[in-house]
Write a protein that binds this ligand. Structure first.
Ligand SMILES: Cc1cc2nc3c(=O)[nH]c(=O)nc-3n(C[C@H](O)[C@H](O)[C@H](O)COP(=O)(O)OP(=O)(O)OC[C@H]3O[C@@H](n4cnc5c(N)ncnc54)[C@H](O)[C@@H]3O)c2cc1C
Length: 392
């Protein structure tokens, strides 16, 4: 069976590695020179248990992300053949609920109790932080109506990316076709014909018995020709990840997510590396179409230093010590990636599908598999499921 995997993000790379480990020869195709260069690198790396998805009253989002996150490191460890202790973990997250949160502290506390049942037996439950301790953990006491302490962590996406890319590069069963643009695809008898073009070079066609479409932002453009229904309203946003590296002298920077609304996050990786994001500033552009090119153009054109400065100022209203990052602007890097979700409505609409990330996963038409990763934390688990479905 000739198998093509389109897109070498975390989903595509892990599908290729899983198939290769099972003895199958795989073509893994990407426009970039290396695997893991886009959303799977430039994201927050949070292994969600679902605390932030409090507006999804069905609780299905929390169930999905918790399942993916609880197995994330074990799956990587097994498939990449590295000890699980290899993976570095951030300081665990606090969740801060500002006074203008879209949900009340009571509703959020109820939701946290539910999520705690999902991780029971694996990790300790969340617990409220006493208001008298807000200052000690770096929070401005006047800004919050509730602060919860959790065991959720982020991984270092660059480290995970290097390990995945190393495995792809050294695996004898993976043919990594770098700098190769996927242009379109169609059925051809009982095969799938994929049109490929070397970046800045020749074009050609490749026929496959089975294809995994893991192009993330480029996914829907192809699916429309392969019998999958893409008429459902969807939204693609380009969001920036601000990363700081090599800062050794900062005190009291917690890992924190503010909820629920258009707020932001901070990750303290505990080794001098940090991630910052303030949603209204870091969401650079969005489209309801299925062509992401305008999003990449908007990112190229945006004022990156302005994005960093305004994000620091916004986060510092809640976590005053974040102001310290202004002294380290030379250590900031600004990259980003696409976020795909169903629905068109913005975050402040509590009924928006953006609050529901459970309707993701593996869509199939014949042996064409289209992978909607949904979240980074779900990628490895979804890769195993996709391969199982081909081989079942
Ligand atoms: C700023 C930010 C923060 C986030 N934070 C989190 C988080 O904390 N936790 C979480 O779980 N999720 C998070 N996410 C979501 C997460 O990053 C994505 O869901 C996930 O990484 C998508 O993985 P993927 O493999 O599907 O896509 P990608 O990693 O984007 O991989 C797609 C690959 O396809 C290639 N490609 C695309 N089109 C073509 C083409 N036409 N031809 C050839 N190659 C092509 C690209 O080069 C790329 O390598 C975040 C996203 C962003 C942007």
């Amino acid at each position: 069976m000739k198998i093509g995997v389109l897109g070498a993000g975390s989903a595509g790379s892990m599908i290729a590695i899983r198939l290769a480990n099972l003895g199958y020869q795989v073509d893994l195709i990407d426009r970039q020179p290396f695997p893991i260069t886009e959303a799977s690198l430039h994201n927050e790396g949070k292994l969600h248990f679902g605390y932030v998805y409090a507006a999804d009253t069905t609780k299905k989002t929390a169930m999905g992300v918790a399942e993916g996150s609880l197995s994330f490191l074990d799956t990587l460890s097994k498939e990449l053949e590295v000890p699980s202790a290899t993976f570095s973990k951030s300081q665990p997250f606090y969740y801060g609920v500002p006074h203008d949160s879209l949900l009340s502290p009571e509703d959020i506390a109820d939701h946290f109790s539910y999520v705690d049942t999902l991780i029971e037996g694996h990790l300790a439950a969340s617990k409220p932080v006493a208001a008298t301790d807000y200052n000690a953990i770096g929070f401005d006491p006047d800004q919050f109506q509730l602060v919860m302490q959790t065991q959720e962590i982020s991984v270092d996406t660059a480290q995970v990316g290097r390990l995945i890319a190393g495995c792809v590069g050294s695996h004898p069963n993976i043919n990594f076709r770098s700098r190769t643009q996927v242009q379109n695809a169609a059925t051809s008898g009982d095969k799938y014909r994929v049109k490929l073009a070397q970046v800045g070079g020749d074009e050609g066609y490749e026929d496959y018995d089975a294809v995994f479409n893991c192009l993330w932002g480029g996914r829907l453009q192809l699916d429309r020709h392969l019998g999958l229904d893409i008429s459902r309203p969807h939204l693609m946003r380009y969001k920036v990840a601000i990363k700081f590296d090599g800062i050794r002298d900062l005190a009291r920077i917690p890992s924190v997510t503010l909820m629920l609304g258009e707020y932001g996050d901070v990750v303290n990786h505990g080794n001098g590396s940090y991630y910052l994001s303030w949603y209204p500033v870091c969401k650079i552009a969005e489209t309801v179409g299925d062509n992401p090119d305008e999003l990449f153009a908007a990112f190229d054109a945006c004022d990156k230093e302005g994005v960093v400065r305004r994000s620091i100022d916004a986060l510092a209203q809640f976590i005053p010590s974040i102001q310290e990052f202004h002294k380290h602007l030379n250590r900031a890097s600004v990259h980003g990636g696409i976020i795909c979700s169903w629905g068109h409505e913005p975050i402040p609409d509590l009924d928006a599908e953006i609050h529901q990330r459970f309707d993701v996963g593996v869509n199939r038409s014949g042996n064409w598999f289209s992978i909607d990763t949904g979240k980074y934390c779900m990628g490895p688990n979804m890769a195993l499921e996709a391969v199982d479905r081909l081989l079942a």
